[in-house]
Design a protein around this ligand. Structure first.
Ligand code: ADP
Ligand code: MG
Length: 400
């Protein structure tokens, strides 16, 4: 009996020893797999930190579960978890319509959508991707939202398309302008000839009422032909700015002097407006830009004339000159007029685009400005809110 107990005891000790060994092995396996998990976690964290888009995991009923570090760089919310995504991202009280999360949830597929959201006081364009996170049966249990800010990309794309479009239109317009120039010179030359002969015609006509009327008609028609020819010549001259210029001699031009010059030119038109219609905020220390003064004057004149048309004697215009950053010098013309509707904004710089009645607008002002500024190595930027006004900025490089 004693022996049996001893054997039992020894057996038990062996069993215990075996068990401890197994536990030890399990612990070291667990440690190894924990290390592996930690390594994987760090790897995933590094990947997530490397992503510069806003990411959020959102429950199927719109509650934010977690966000990545980029979220805190873009949004002011300190503790988004537990809040609704539409409250945090859009400051709305109910889900957006259409909502990519809903599509991803209902159709169990990745859904992409473009949307404009206000961010730090400015509207930004986002490409939102909603991907369902699925359980082992393939059913979505939450949604991963990735918001990519594509504002700059879209702006560059729009600028590129605009430049391409203007280059094509430019070739056409310059060609047409050259073609029209020759017959136009002939028409105005012959009309001048007729005008010079009018006194001789008058001498030869009789003194009857009919003869007097005939002479008056001749005089009126010739004057009309000449003034219309002059109008056409202005248009043709503007269109010729589309052809690339050779041997352009740039000289120093002062923005402030340009503005004062243009206002002097406009003093008769300005008599129809209240005296405080135009306010000036000119940076007295602004350095000269390099360019062709007459052309830059044409740009300022066009912008001010457009602003005057937009305010229609009621609103206000501000002309500013300032340095935007180390490289850019800016002349801006802002008005509190009718503004530009979004469907017009990408046509503004096209030649002959006008919203003004026939006889009032030709639609070549802004296209000329665009060409002149581009040939000066600058750019022209518009910001407008329909009904509230528009701001046109001429940005020129500081090339001293
Ligand atoms: N300051 C402004 N406010 C509102 N709309 C403007 C402004 N400037 C230009 N526009 C719009 O752009 C169009 C084109 O301008 P422009 O090329 O100068 O031609 P035009 O003045 O002969 O119409 C205008 O018809 C108008 O619709
Ligand atoms: Mg105009």
């Amino acid at each position: 009996m004693k022996n049996t107990r001893l054997e039992d005891l020894i057996g038990l000790e062996y069993t215990k020893l075996g068990f401890f060994k197994e536990v030890q092995i399990k612990i070291s396996e667990l440690r190894a797999s924990n290390l592996e998990v930690e390594r994987k976690r760090q790897e995933i964290q590094a990947i997530l930190d490397g992503i510069t888009d806003v990411m959020a995991v959102v429950s199927l009923d719109f509650q934010i579960l977690s966000v990545n570090h980029v979220f805190f760089e873009c949004f002011e919310h300190k503790n988004p978890a537990g809040n609704f995504c539409y409250e945090v991202f859009r400051k709305q009280t109910q889900p957006c319509s259409p909502c990519p999360l809903v599509t991803a949830r209902e159709e169990n597929r990745v859904c992409r959508q473009m949307s404009i959201c206000p961010l730090k006081g400015k509207n930004r364009q986002f490409e939102i991707t909603a991907s369902p996170l699925r359980d082992f049966r393939g059913k979505p249990f939450s949604i991963l939202l990735v918001k990519r800010d594509v504002t700059l990309e879209k702006e560059y794309q729009a600028k590129y398309y605009q430049a391409e479009k203007m280059a094509t239109i430019g070739v056409l317009a310059a060609g047409v302008a050259h073609e029209i120039n020759n017959p136009l010179t002939a028409v105005s030359g012959f009309a001048e000839g007729l005008r010079r002969r009018l006194p001789r015609l008058k001498e030869r006509l009789g003194q009857t009422e009919a003869d007097r009327e005939l002479w008056e008609d001749f005089q009126e028609y010739v004057e009309t032909i000449l003034s219309e020819c002059n109008r056409c010549r202005d248009i043709v001259q503007s269109l010729l700015t589309f052809s690339p210029r050779k041997n352009t001699e740039f000289s120093p031009v002062n923005f402030n002097a340009l503005v004062r010059n243009v206002l002097k030119l406009l003093r008769y038109q300005l008599k129809r407006y209240p005296p405080d219609s135009i306010a000036l905020e000119l940076d007295q220390n602004i350095p000269d830009v390099r360019g062709i003064a007459a052309e830059l004057k044409q740009v300022v004149l066009n912008l001010v004339l457009n602003a005057l048309d937009a305010i229609q004697q009621k609103g206000k215009i501000a002309i500013r000159t300032y340095r935007a950053d180390p490289q850019w010098l800016v002349l801006s013309v802002s008005d509190s007029g009718c503004g530009i509707s979004p469907e017009h904004s990408d046509k503004l710089f096209e030649p002959f685009f006008t919203t003004k009645p026939v006889g009032k607008g030709t639609g070549i002002g802004l296209s000329t400005c665009y060409n002149i500024i581009r040939q000066h190595g600058g750019e022209i930027v518009v910001n407008s809110e329909p009904g509230k006004g528009a701001v046109f900025e001429v940005r020129m490089p500081d090339k001293r």
